[in-house]
Each structure stands twice: as structure tokens, then as C-alpha cells.
Write a protein that binds this ligand. Sequence first.
Ligand SMILES: N[C@@H](CCC(=O)N[C@@H](CS)C(=O)NCC(=O)O)C(=O)O
Length: 205
Amino acid sequence: MSLTFYFAPQSTAAITDLVLAELGTPHERIKVDISKKDGQKPEFLALNPNGKVPLIVHDGTPIWESAAITIYLGELFGTDKKLWPAAGPKRGEAMKWVVWTNVTLADAVYRVFRNDGDWVPKDQQNASAAKAAAAEVQDLLAMVEHNLDGRAFLIGNDYTLADAHLNSFLDWLRYSKVDFSKFPKLNAWGERCAARPAYKQVHAH
Ligand SMILES: N[C@@H](CCC(=O)N[C@@H](CS)C(=O)NCC(=O)O)C(=O)O
């Protein structure tokens, strides 16, 4: 078995880094310097035509998109370790949170950052779109808060890679000073996720 993980520090690859740490799956690590546009080099584009990290190459097959990678690694290496449910409704629930993170939540978050801050030139930004998207992010976080009513983790009382995936994405929002003050259950869940040895391990390097 060969597994290679292409990553950049402080990027979406942090999600995959945590997933791999939770699973303990042996892998080779290759750092991609995205500040130097290494993702645009032909040899990287041949593996991921999006030019982005994270990317894994498993036994010669490149898999990109962090949601796909979490689900893929969970299915292959996570069920025995009870970090990913077996095929069936519980797996469906885990998948829905992973996909929701990258599709629904990320869409609202990207609209905030595209319309406020330095991602795109100011003359292409729209302050009222930023405000509406920020309110949408709050509504989406409230959905997580509600879901955690009576459960320790997203799909029950056991931690899964769905928790790793969403909480790692939320680390970026915490770092970006998104307001979490209205979400006590979400914050307590985040602390439970951060107390895991794998989380401490990835944050130590
Ligand atoms: N939807 C992708 C997003 C990946 C992504 O945006 N990666 C950024 C870093 S956070 C990247 O590699 N950017 C390099 C570039 O655009 O040159 C995923 O979830 O994997």
C-alpha cells in the first residue's frame, strides 16, 4: 500500500492532516509551497488539475477535494477503528455533515471572504453581500448548535471523522474571528474535539 499526502501548512489540508492523524494510517508527506505557486507546476497539475491541496495519491490514484478524501479514508481505514460508520444510515449521517461543511457552509463563508477582506480587489466587493453571508454563517452555525442538543458529537455520542472534518474547518473561522458567542454547545463540542490526542498531535507541528 502506498499513500502520499500533499499539504500546505495553514490550509484546507489541515482537515486531511487531522483525519490521517486520527486514523494513524502510514503515509508519505509532501509539502507544497502554495505561496510560491508550486500547485501550478505541471507535475502537481498532472495529479490535481485544480492546483490545490489537500491531495492524496493512494496506490497511484490521485484523490482531491477534502470532503472526498475524508469519506474515502474513512471508508478504507476508519470503520475498524470506529471512526467511520459501516455502510448504512449512520454512514449517511457522517457523509451529510462532511459534504455540508464543504458545500453549504463553505459557500456562505467564501461569500463573506470574497466580499470583505483581501481575497479579491475592493472594487469587486459588495458590503451588503458580505453582511448577508455573515448572517447566513451564523444561521448555519446555529444548525450545528441545534444538532448537538442531547448528543456529544455530530451523529451520536461517539466521535467520528465527521467531527474531525467540521471542527477542523471551523478552526479557520475561529482564527478569522467569526463570532461563536451564541453557540455554547458547539463551543463545548469543539473543546471535546480539540482534547483528542490526534488533534493535539497535528497542532504540535
Ligand atoms: N474545495 C477544496 C479547496 C482546496 C483549497 O482551496 N486549497 C487551497 C489552500 S486552502 C489551495 O491549495 N490553494 C492554492 C492555490 O490556489 O494556488 C477542498 O476542500 O479540498
